[in-house]
Design a protein. Structure first.
Length: 383
């Protein structure tokens, strides 16, 4: 079992035997070390030597895997370093996509011309004003052609110069949204954050800037930027409003969560409207997560995947029809059994745009491990 920190605070990866994984599952603030020892004895039939568990606690604390003063001090230092940095550095270049600018442009072209891509034929919506896009956040090397279907629509449309990018915060957030005012670096150059919009938003909703450090390790916003630079940036300057989100369809039933989501989205929409500028909202997120990697008891079969595909496309019908509450209701009715991680950015997009039409452009999946664990994703456009 491999343990790592999705927030990026700890840079370590720990390989743990299953019996140690059993132990750390009970590091929840509710079990004493003696109680964990008793549970271990019941589960494995052997005594847990106190010195071993104490050493495990010490090692986890040293490597920043335990909540506590050491982790909090490290988090505060990381936040200060991030806020003093002139920009948000490219975190995934060289891993998820090419680190060299020339090679990256060639890679993007390849996404368009691949067998799964849209090629360069004109869109049926060519020349229309684009209001929104849904794109994946999955590894570009695998899902690049699906991104291309969304960005082909942008390429052929009447393009704004302001893009509100809302991506899934996969590691979670303290608040339901996290905004950063940092410019973003990629191998194709620096993408400027829209400081006038962000300054107004910060004055109105300062709480939602407190989680800005999470942008440092999250991929959702970064993966959209090379496409924007290649398609829009070659024609004119553009700016972004980078946002991460983390709330579920079921959590909207909590009045506190609902109030926080409404407060942010209404405030953001007001700032955007008052600017008088055309803008495009990009929702960056994935759909279903199937298999043992995500908590299922068995790997997905071809039948279960095709059934999931049917559910996904049915779920996206209210998205095409620009009905955010119906989208949320669909997921609530199935109790989010398929773990729709892109709910919050897609829901937010629907609350922020005024569009006359929406369309699913392409749908696909990625296999994440040797047990056939699967992530599904789609590209969509709104006009």
């Amino acid at each position: 079992m491999v343990l790592w920190d999705p927030t990026g605070l700890s840079k370590e990866k720990l390989v743990l035997p299953l019996n140690y994984f059993f132990i750390i599952q009970h590091f929840d603030g509710e079990h004493s070390l003696a109680e964990i020892g008793a549970l271990y004895l019941k589960r494995f039939g052997e005594f847990l030597v106190p010195s071993k568990i104490e050493q495990l606690v010490s090692d986890l604390n040293e490597k920043l895997f335990l909540e506590g003063q050491r982790a909090e001090d490290a988090r505060c230092l990381a936040r200060e370093v991030y806020r003093q940095s002139p920009l948000r550095r490219a975190a995934f270049a060289g891993r998820a996509y090419e680190a060299d600018g020339v090679k990256l442009k060639k890679q993007i072209d390849g996404f368009f011309t691949s067998q799964e891509g849209p090629d360069f034929k004109p869109s049926e919506h060519a020349g229309k004003q684009i209001k929104g896009l849904v794109a994946p956040t999955y590894d570009l090397k695998q899902a690049g052609p699906i991104y291309a279907w969304a960005y082909k629509e942008l390429q052929d449309s009447e393009q704004p110069d302001l893009f509100v990018i809302i991506g899934t915060a996969s590691a979670g957030l303290d608040h339901v949204f996290a905004v950063t005012d940092k410019d973003f670096e990629t191998p194709l150059g620096v993408v400027s954050a829209d400081q006038p919009i962000l300054s107004q938003l910060k004055a109105k909703l300062p709480t939602f800037f407190e989680d800005d450090l999470c942008h440092q390790a999250e991929q959702a916003v970064e993966f959209q930027l090379p496409f924007l630079q290649d398609i829009v940036g070659r024609k004119k300057p553009f700016t972004i409003v980078p946002i991460l989100s983390a709330f579920s369809a079921s959590s909207l039933g909590d009045p506190t969560v609902r109030q926080s989501v409404d407060q942010f989205l209404m405030g953001l929409r007001e700032v955007l409207t008052q600017s008088g500028r055309a803008y495009c909202v990009i929702a960056a997120g994935e759909l279903a997560h199937l298999g043992m990697r995500y908590g299922d008891k068995a790997p997905p079969t071809d039948f279960s995947f095709h059934r999931c595909m049917q559910f996904d496309l049915e779920m996206l019908k209210p998205v095409e029809e620009r009905q955010p509450e119906e989208f949320a209701n669909y997921i609530r009715k199935e109790q989010d059994q398929r773990r729709i991680s892109g709910f919050s950015p897609i829901y937010s997009l629907l609350r922020l745009i005024e569009a006359e039409s929406g369309q699913v452009l392409r749908y696909d999946r990625g296999i994440t491990d040797q047990y056939n664990s699967t992530v599904t994703y789609a590209s969509m456009a709104f006009y």
